[in-house]
Ligand binder design. Structure first.
Ligand SMILES: Nc1ncnc2c1ncn2[C@@H]1O[C@H](COP(=O)(O)OP(=O)(O)OP(=O)(O)O)[C@@H](O)[C@H]1O
Ligand SMILES: [Mg+2]
Length: 262
């Protein structure tokens, strides 16, 4: 069985496997080991992911760009369908299509099937709602199984970040690890050290673990809506009339979707 670690982030995705006894990130797009978590559906071509998806959108190709999909996990939207070309596709299946492509790319690069996954997960997918949090993890497990992983486990993202940092430390340290992501910001206080790094169970070393659902996407959105878009007409009477005429309504807060530029 070949296992991978998968960081399906709100903004970016990476996937690592163990090569020659050491963890290594796999090339997912050309030489790039980190790709934007974005998928572009064109009417009569295969879906594009990563930089190719962003370029297709920015070049004005006909089709639909979707990103920040991770933020749909744990919300009621996950089982809602959205129009993708001529099909209606549930958001969970959009995530599955994206992860299936990432898995295929990684397998082509690694030269073998990857059948087990340790998924990164934020401490909280959803703030203050444990049931929704559990649903989000369950959904991600179902999606991972649906794309062909046979074993699925989860690692808190700040703990994963701490374990990466631990590879550099020469003595015991008490570290505060901050992982400021696109959708969530996660923090851990964790005891690290070369003597501890090989241990299988690290629960006793994780002294605190918390997170909030605020990240770079919120910052980008506020900057855009608060500073840039008003200069381009947002909030003007004309914009309101155009919205009404086109039947456009505000999108859910965290989901970033794009139609091709008019
Ligand atoms: N190349 C970049 N250029 C500019 N800003 C970036 C770049 N990469 C990341 N960022 C900023 O950092 C934020 C977090 O990026 P990161 O890749 O850590 O998020 P993520 O791991 O995908 O998200 P999460 O962990 O919350 O699911 C982005 O939303 C963006 O604001
Ligand atoms: Mg992250």
């Amino acid at each position: 069985m070949t296992a991978c670690g998968l960081d399906f982030g709100t903004s970016n995705t990476t996937l690592g496997v163990v090569e020659g006894g050491r963890p290594a990130l796999v090339r997912l797009e050309g030489e790039e080991r980190t790709i934007p978590s974005a998928i572009f559906f064109a009417p009569s071509a295969a879906a594009k992911v990563g930089r190719a998806a962003m370029s297709a959108y920015l070049d004005g190709e006909a089709g639909r760009l979707m990103r920040s999909l991770k933020s749909v996990l744990g919300t009621g939207l996950i089982d809602e369908a959205t129009q993708v070309g001529r099909e209606r596709v549930k958001f969970r299946d959009v995530i599955a299509r994206y992860l299936a492509i990432v898995k295929r790319r990684a397998e082509a690069e690694a030269g073998r099937e990857i059948d087990a996954v340790a998924h990164g997960r934020p401490v909280h997918f959803v703030d203050g709602d444990e049931a929704a949090d559990q649903r989000a993890e369950d959904t991600l497990r179902e999606i991972a199984l649906s794309v062909g992983f046979r074993e699925v486990s989860f690692q808190f993202e700040p703990v994963a970040a701490a374990l990466d940092y631990e590879r550099e430390v020469s003595g015991e340290e008490l570290a505060l690890i901050a992982d400021i992501g696109g959708g969530t910001s996660d923090f851990s206080v964790i005891r690290l050290g070369p003597d501890r790094s090989g241990r299988e169970d690290r629960k006793g070393d994780i002294l605190a673990n918390e997170g909030v659902r605020v990240g770079g996407v919120d910052f980008d959105r506020r900057l855009s809506l608060g500073s840039v878009m008003p200069l381009l007409g947002l909030g003007s009477d004309e914009a309101a009339r155009a919205r009404g005429a086109l039947g456009l309504f505000p999108r859910p807060r965290h989901l970033v979707e794009h139609q091709p530029p008019l």
